[in-house]
Design a protein around this ligand. Structure first.
Ligand SMILES: [Zn+2]
Length: 490
């Protein structure tokens, strides 16, 4: 029997030859659907990272100051960090410079023997009390060559052509034990960060966060970024990027030299979709900006808050511009009650359907129909693979991490609702809902109440079959078109 861990790993291995379904999965930072255990008692709540990239030598010198919080009920005297296998830890101290004893060993993951990491155990004396925090500063240096033998897309490295540092390569310390389960669990906790990266003059560093400042000397440039809000990953890329940006510097494209033309096209598409959503649903909420970062082919597309790492082929492929419409659409998401958030409905179903509306606007009805058919087929495949993907109501997706279906069936629920209430009601319903729940937290009951008020009709049967029940899966299986399905609810 395949363990969930190895299936997670395979998903990652596949990332090199990502198919359309998997890419969205990765793009949206959805931690793969396994039941997570093996969490550690402590979490990092803030990172202050300093990277010095020695491009010619293919190595880095780094310092990571971390705020570690004990979330357990017991005192903690040992904190485990995972770090890339070729990094040597030079020194561990607290924030006042007091040396903390540590032990570094290169080990294999207990549940994935092909993955080799540095396990750094830091001893705390006295132990860290429950609810308390401590600062741990880890100095380390070494070469980075990714994990291509385990996860084909993890080609992270430091060199003159392109440098990339991601959590996938353990380029910065991750508080976890030496198992895939524990590593995945660590991605569940959120933190803020500040990252300073020094590179030789002429290079540009980009990170998903807010650009704070750039300090320059004759030979070097140091780029400083801070997280926009608590997040789960830090990505840093350095190259001789060509930066293409709009006048307000809100949307910025970082193109590998030679791809500037594509960068221009991508910027235009991003701006166009931004305007489209604004006209349809009103101004975006708190939109800090968005970065589109090209990575070399085969290095894996990924995304987190307000940025996307996009492989060169996807970057150059006009057929994949619509993935960007999806990412931009996330700026029109509501706040959601925690727990329910893991249904991924109020972010992914909405972004996926909005992507469809943008496709209809820019590429026409036929392209839109094709897109919706692809989503339905993807849902049916997932249903085929595991019957529970069909029988679990959308409102219960959070219980077993079935949120992947929100990209497909979730988007279809909005498609059908659109047909039920008609175009103008749908627009006012969605824009009103987005306004109302920009500051308050939404849930499914709230959404139903809002929809019924806007449509001035009882939508009980629709919500029973699509959200709180799973009759809708049968309707999708019968491949009825959305108009036909909508007749049930009029
Ligand atoms: Zn998404």
């Amino acid at each position: 029997m395949k363990s969930p861990v190895s299936s997670v790993l395979r998903q990652r291995v596949c990332a090199r030859t990502i198919f359309w379904a998997a890419i969205l999965f990765l793009l949206c930072g959805l931690v793969p659907g396994v039941v997570i255990s093996g969490a550690t008692e402590s979490v990092v709540s803030h990172y202050d990272l300093h990277f010095h990239l020695l491009l010619k030598e293919n190595r880095l010198e780094a310092e990571a100051l971390m705020k570690v919080r004990n979330d357990s009920q017991e005192p903690v005297s040992e904190i485990p960090f995972l770090l890339y296998r070729l990094f040597d830890v030079i020194e561990v101290t607290d924030d006042r410079g007091v040396v903390l004893p540590f032990n570094q060993t290169v080990v294999k993951f207990s549940d994935e023997k092909s993955l080799q990491v540095s396990l750094v155990s830091v001893r705390l004396s006295p132990p860290l009390s429950p609810g308390k925090a401590v600062a741990v500063r880890l100095k380390y240096a070494g070469s980075l060559w990714g994990y291509p033998e385990v996860m084909a897309y993890v080609r992270d490295r430091i060199d003159e052509n392109y440098s990339l540092l991601r959590p996938d390569s353990l380029a910065y310390p991750i508080l976890a034990r030496a198992s895939f389960q524990s590593w995945m669990a660590a991605h569940r906790s959120q933190f803020t960060y500040r990252v300073e990266t020094e590179v030789p003059a002429g290079y540009v560093v980009v990170c998903g966060g807010r650009p704070v400042e750039t300090k320059r000397t004759a030979d070097t440039a140091t780029f400083v970024f801070e997280s926009y809000r608590p997040t789960w990953r830090i990505d840093v890329a350095a190259a001789k990027f060509k930066v293409i940006e709009d006048a307000g510097r809100k949307i910025r494209v970082f193109a590998i030299p030679g791809d500037e033309g594509e960068g221009q096209r991508i910027l235009a598409a991003a701006q166009k979709s931004f305007r489209f959503y604004s006209e349809l649903f009103g101004e975006a909420g708190d939109f800090p900006g968005y970065s589109i970062i090209e990575v070399p082919e085969g290095w894996g597309s990924q995304a987190s808050d307000f940025y996307i790492l996009q492989t060169a082929a996807a970057f150059r492929d006009k057929g994949r511009t619509s993935e960007l419409y999806h990412e931009i659409a996330h700026s029109w998401n509501v706040r959601v009650k925690s727990g329910i958030q893991r249904c991924r409905y109020f972010d992914e179903a909405f972004a996926s359907y909005f992507q469809g509306l943008a496709i209809k606007e820019f590429e026409g009805e036929e392209a839109f129909q094709k897109y919706m058919t692809r989503l339905r087929d993807r849902f049916l495949q997932s249903y085929e693979r595991d019957e529970k993907n069909g029988s679990t109501p959308i409102a219960d997706y959070w219980r077993e991490e079935r949120g992947e279906n929100s990209y497909t069936k979730g988007a279809w629920s909005l498609f059908v609702l659109h047909q039920v209430v008609g175009d103008s009601v749908f627009r006012s319903l969605v824009s009103g809902f987005l306004r109302e729940f920009r500051t308050r937290e939404a849930d499914f009951e709230g959404f139903q109440g809002f929809a019924e008020k806007a449509a001035e009709k009882n939508l009980d049967r629709f919500f029973k079959e699509w959200i709180f029940g799973a009759e809708s899966s049968r309707l999708l299986r019968e491949k009825l078109d959305a108009g036909k399905i909508a007749e049930r609810y009029r």
